[in-house]
Design a protein around this ligand. Sequence first.
Ligand SMILES: [Zn+2]
Ligand SMILES: [Zn+2]
Length: 349
Amino acid sequence: MTQASAYAAQGATTPLAPARIERREPGPTDVRIDIAFCGVCHSDVHTVRSEWPGTSYPVVPGHEIVGRVSAVGGKVKGFKPGDLAGVGCLVDSCRTCASCGEGLEQYCENGMVLTYNSPDRHLGGMTYGGYSSHIVVDEAFVLRMPASLDLAASAPLLCAGITTYSPLREWGAGPGKRVGVVGLGGLGHMGVKLARAMGAEVVLFTTSPGKVADAKRLGATEAVVSSDREAMKGAGKLDFILDTVAAPHDLDAYLELLRRDGTLCLVGAPERPHPSPGVFNLIFQRRRLAGSLIGGLPETQEMLDFCGEHGIVSDIELIPMSAINTAYDRMVRSDVRYRFVIDMGTLGG
Ligand SMILES: [Zn+2]
Ligand SMILES: [Zn+2]
C-alpha cells in the first residue's frame, strides 16, 4: 500500500480538510494515475453532507478525475507511464451480468463500484475519490483523454459530460430534431453544447432571465424563461427533453411540450421527489417519462472522442484545493459558471 494526500470530510457537518489515505499498489491490470485536476459535482456535496442516504465517513469525494499515468501493472495493454488518463464515476463492476456484457456497467445487475463511498473490493473499507494526489484503478475503468482538449476543462466531461451525452444519444438527438434542455448548470450547459454538436436544434429552459444570453452563446437556438407562461406556450413542440434540474418541479410543463412519442428524460437527482405528473399528459400523444444514469465505459470513451473531435469542454472556474468548502456553498447557490475544477497541484503533501 502507498499513502496518498487527500481532502476528506469526517462527518456531515464538518468541512473538508487535509487527510492521509491508503491506496493499493498497482496489481497486474491496474493503472496508477497522478491526479492533475478533479471536477466538483453536485453529488460530492450531497454525499459529503449526507443529503442522500449511505454516506460512510471519512469520505473523499471526486469523480471527474484527470491526470497522467505514473505506473502500470504487468498485464496493462492500453496505458503506459506519461499517458493522459481519466476516471469517472465507476471503478469496477461485476463484468459478468448482461448489462456489463453490453458495456452498460452503470446498470450492473450485481452492483457497480463507485469511485467514492462504495465498498472497496481490494482494501476493504470504502473507495476514495479524486480529491487526492493519486488513484489506482483497473485499466478496464480508465479512459483515454483527448490530447487536443484543455485538461482541466475536460475533467467535468467524466460525469457532467457523459450524464448528458448518453441520453442525448439514446433518444436520437441529431439533425432535424428539436431538443429541450431544462436548467443551465453543470449538467445543462454540457447538454446544450453536446446536443448542438450532434446537430440538433436546442431550446434551453431556465428560471433565470440572466442566463438567456449565456444559453445562446453556448449553442441554444432559443432560451425560454420557464416562469413565463406565454413564452412556454410559444416554445413549440420538442422531440426530446433532457431535464437536468435537481430540485422538485412541475414536470407537466415540459411533458406538454413533447411531440407524439416524445420523451422527457430526468438526469437530476433531487432530495425530494417531483410532484407526480398528470397521466393524461402521458396517455395523449404516447409520451414517455424516463431517467438515465451516467454512461458505461465504451460510451464514455465515445463521448470523450466526440468532444475531442468537436473541441467541446466544460466552462470552468479553476480553484485551489483549499477553496473547496467555499466552492460547495457557491455551487449550492448556483453561483458558478458552470463547473468548479480543483487544481490538484495545490493539494500539498
Ligand atoms: Zn457527478
Ligand atoms: Zn455487472
